[in-house]
Design a protein. Structure first.
Length: 132
């Protein structure tokens, strides 16, 4: 559909620290079906919006809260919420959570409590990804 999706999650690795790490996703034409939005039942990331973002220090955590709205006419079982942390423009960490049951036209609040030290990043981005 021509969309860029940004997603954060944790990967555990035990061993020597590599100089670089690369990830790639390979989608073969044989396992992808392209359908127009009108008949597919697919909700695109652009159909979701985030508003009223607040950041609050609570004890040893930082709480990121916001409202997410399903601007489509399709009910969703869940959406994935990711916070991507950056330091000097580079990825510094991430956290993810699920928001269950977001119906067409509905707005719901969410919050994610982060234990990542604020000195480890200088900016953050919130991404909402439709999960069906």
């Amino acid at each position: 559909a021509g969309e860029t999706i940004t997603y954060g999650n944790a990967i555990t690795y035990k061993g020597d620290l590599p100089e670089t790490v690369e990830f790639s996703v390979d989608v073969k034409e044989t396992n992808v079906t392209y359908l127009p939005q009108e008949s597919s039942g697919i909700i695109y990331a652009k159909d979701l919006s985030v508003e009223n973002v607040t950041v609050e220090d609570i004890s040893y955590t930082t709480e990121y809260s916001a409202d997410v709205t399903n601007n489509s006419d399709i009910d969703m079982h869940a959406v994935s919420i990711s916070i991507i942390y950056r330091k000097d423009g580079n990825l510094a960490g991430s956290e993810s959570d699920l928001l269950l049951s977001l119906n067409a036209g509905e707005t719901k609040s969410f919050s994610i409590h982060s234990v990542i030290d604020k000195e480890e990043y200088d900016s953050y981005e919130i991404y909402i990804i439709p999960m069906g």
